[in-house]
Ligand binder design. Structure first.
Ligand SMILES: [Zn+2]
Length: 284
């Protein structure tokens, strides 16, 4: 009995040690992120981090774009991109563009303005008037702007604010905000997608909301809209979003995409901090 027990304890200890050694320490995580942020990227390449819900960070050749970031309630003592959290000190040498599609609490919190204390090169692009300052611009729906070497086009969201089409460093990126097909006539949703499809032909990375609310009551209409957008825009890769806390639903969407045999590759984040490398029109 004793030997059996000690054997079980031994296995448990070895197992715990294996887990402990496979989880990178905080300093290893920081070092890795530093290397990634300093990594030279070519045109049409990107490193993408999932920041939870509709939040994303995208490093391109010359810029770092951040979308719809909301600080988590249990903010870690040492925030880092490795765990899907923004630490402005980590980004202080980056040229940062911060996008917020609309003012809902799951897409925006004003804490993001504190980042400018640490990041010299930071510019805010919002879908509503939240501030008046030199490094801030409010974009109305269906408006075009050139900021630095980046071209931006907005669409009218069926919810609030806008969706952003961005051309930067050889990439065409679309973040839909909460532009979804709520049900009923497809028109209000589809006409904005058709407008985008006419504006650009070569979409690389597209982020689409696939669920809104706590239940799946609108799953069919919202995913129908998402598939419409994929078929019209034909992006190289697509990331489902807006299921913060229920990330397994991204897989459900990807399975439906597979059944429909759509050409676009659907990639699913599972945890905050998940990272994807976009190169040669696909995720490596
Ligand atoms: Zn939302």
């Amino acid at each position: 009995m004793v030997s059996r027990l000690s054997c079980a304890v031994c296995i448990l200890v070895i197992f715990s040690l294996l887990i402990a050694t496979s989880i990178p320490s905080q300093s290893e995580q920081k070092e890795e992120i530093k290397d990634l942020l300093e990594k030279k990227l070519a045109e049409k390449e990107a490193i993408i981090w999932y920041l939870g819900h509709s939040g994303w960070a995208i490093k391109t050749k010359n810029h770092l774009l951040i979308f719809d970031y909301v600080e988590s309630e249990s903010k870690p003592a040492e925030p880092t991109l490795a765990t899907g959290n923004i630490n402005p000190l980590e980004l202080k040498d980056q040229q940062v563009f911060v996008f917020a599609s609309h003012s809902a609490a799951d897409h925006y919190s004003e804490d993001i303005f504190a980042w400018e204390k640490s990041i010299k090169n930071i510019f805010y692009i919002f879908g509503w008037q939240a501030e008046k300052k030199p490094n801030y611009v409010c974009m109305k729906a269906r408006q075009r702007k050139k900021i630095d070497d980046m071209e931006i086009l907005t669409i009218t969201s069926t919810d609030a604010g806008v969706g952003f089409l961005i051309k930067v460093d050889g990439l065409v990126i679309f973040h839909a905000g909460d532009h979804v097909h709520w049900g009923g006539a497809m028109d209000p949703f589809a006409k904005e997608i058709d407008y985008l499809a006419k504006s650009d032909k070569d979409f690389d990375i597209v982020f689409l909301t696939i669920i809104i609310g706590r239940d799946l009551s609108r799953w069919e209409s919202i995913t129908k809209g998402a598939f419409y957008a994929i078929e019209k825009l034909l992006p190289k890769v697509m990331f489902p979003m807006h299921a913060g806390g229920k990330e397994h639903l991204y897989k459900k969407f990807a399975q439906e995409a597979e059944r429909k045999k759509i050409k676009t590759k659907v990639h699913c984040a599972e945890n905050k901090g998940d990272r994807f490398f976009y190169q040669n029109s696909r995720i490596k």
